[in-house]
Design a protein around this ligand. Structure first.
Ligand SMILES: Cc1ncc(COP(=O)(O)O)c(C=O)c1O
Length: 432
């Protein structure tokens, strides 16, 4: 097949991008900090900080009062719902629910779904998931007599065993809960197929997109999923959770709510007073990402037919980020492979880069993950160790009893120079 489309650039204007993130200027022992802890949480852009300050100084109030700041608050909340609908390509801003974090939103949803279940109804989760997409469904086993099945993954590649997933889904299945990308080993799962299989038996499809959202464009309409959750603080926003739900489901499911609160989504699901300043900050984050799309996304516009304005800009931004990060991931994997005694968990072949996000779990013979993370930390390199709540992953890989793995997780503001610095630091640590 021939195409006239321009090749996708794998570079971003890192000078401009990094200048947008004040925290990247942090020094540790006189060396610039290297943030490779992004799967645990990302840094925020100046637009986010400005929006928080602006909200708190010009619009700080509760909702639906008959005065200026309250009206401004309602307008900001409406706009933030609309902007996140653009980010996820949701059909309606009422399909976007905010909450403190993904875990809390998922428990709220699972408990509401639980009210509709009968003993013996089945739920399917996967061993490749963060516990926030397992425990809320397991709770229904205890509370509602539901039966939870766990689909396995192949420890050699850390890819989901799709045949096993298919086999776990039966006529009794009511929910299939799958992660979009692993927070431990970076694997991207075929959530569209999982969604289709769920729908074939009349089950609901829930996608945990926490680790995919910072790394690629999300289209809930194309995926066809019923629910999708993510966390703003993992995609350059403040500490907040986001839940997308198909409108008829958000309308019909029995959410836990106080009586005077609205019966309509999203308010029906947004219990209590929301974190207004952080929601204002999230709008600032999406302004930053849309600007990135305007600056870098042109080559990707044809991939998002039918989208315009902010929606298109956000999607092209994430597509540009995805291409750039594949280059970063390739460099990191190449560098890590040269270290003595290293074991990398998950997909590593260049051809597999489109099937992973730039999150790499590794161990090094003779060095505990904690000791490696601490030695990196002394050098100003921030990286996680342990299981990062991907408990089932570490158990299946046989690493849980030995401190899990070191996790190096990049974002679009990281640079090839930083990759080199991290690999050199690890080489020096391992040689000691
Ligand atoms: C894949 C995945 N799902 C869910 C969560 C939980 O997110 P939150 O902290 O917003 O509850 C995380 C957090 O690390 C995660 O990585």
């Amino acid at each position: 097949m021939t195409t006239n489309a321009a090749p996708h650039p794998t570079t971003l204007n890192l000078e401009v991008i990094r200048a947008s993130f004040p925290s990247l200027g942090l020094l540790v022992n006189d060396a610039p900090a290297v943030y490779f802890d992004n799967p645990g949480g990302t840094q925020v852009a100046q637009q986010c900080l400005d929006a928080i300050m602006r909200y708190l100084t010009t619009a700080n109030a509760n909702t639906y009062g008959a005065y200026l700041t309250s009206e401004r608050t309602v307008a900001m909340l409406d706009e933030t719902h609309a902007a996140v609908a653009d980010l996820l390509n949701a059909a309606d801003a009422r399909e976007i629910v905010f909450g403190p974090n993904m875990t809390t939103l998922t428990f709220a949803l699972s408990r509401a779904i639980g009210r509709t279940l009968r003993p013996g109804d089945e739920l399917v989760v996967t061993a490749l998931d963060h516990d926030a997409n397992i425990a809320p469904w397991l709770a229904l086993q205890e509370e509602r007599g539901a039966v939870v099945h766990v689909a396995n993954f192949d420890p050699a590649t850390c890819t989901l065993d799709m045949a096993d997933l298919r086999a776990q889904i039966t006529e009794r299945t009511k929910v299939v809960a799958v992660g979009y990308a692993s927070n431990a080993v970076g694997t991207i799962n075929d959530v569209a197929t999982a969604t289709r299989w769920a729908h074939e038996v009349g089950a609901l499809a829930f996608v945990d997109a926490v680790q995919y959202a910072p790394h690629g464009p999300i289209d809930v309409q194309e995926l066809g999923c019923d629910f999708l959750a993510c966390s703003a603080y993992k995609f350059f926003g403040p500490h907040l959770g986001v839940l997308y739900g198909r409108l008829p489901l958000l309308e019909s499911l029995p959410a836990y709510k106080v009586r005077p609160a609205t019966d309509d989504p999203p308010g029906k699901w947004e219990t209590g007073t929301q974190n207004h300043e952080c929601l204002a900050g999230l709008l600032g984050t999406l302004e930053y990402l849309a600007a990135l799309g305007h600056d870098h996304g042109a080559a990707h516009a044809s991939e998002f037919a039918g989208m315009t304005g902010r929606r298109l800009a956000l999607h092209t931004a994430l597509a540009a980020i995805q291409m750039y990060e594949r280059m970063l991931a390739a460099r990191l994997l190449d560098g890590l492979r040269t270290l003595p005694g290293v074991h990398i968990y998950g997909l590593t072949a260049p051809a597999d880069l489109p099937r992973r996000v730039p999150t790499v779990a590794l161990t090094v013979d003779g060095h505990s993950p904690r000791a490696l993370a601490a030695a990196l930390g002394e050098r100003g390199i921030f990286a996680w160790d342990g299981n990062y709540y991907a408990l089932a992953v570490m158990e299946r890989l046989g690493l849980e009893a030995t401190g899990g793995a070191l996790r190096l997780g990049m974002a679009h503001y990281n640079t090839p120079d930083e990759v080199e610095r991290v690999v050199d630091a690890l080489r020096a640590i391992v040689a000691q």
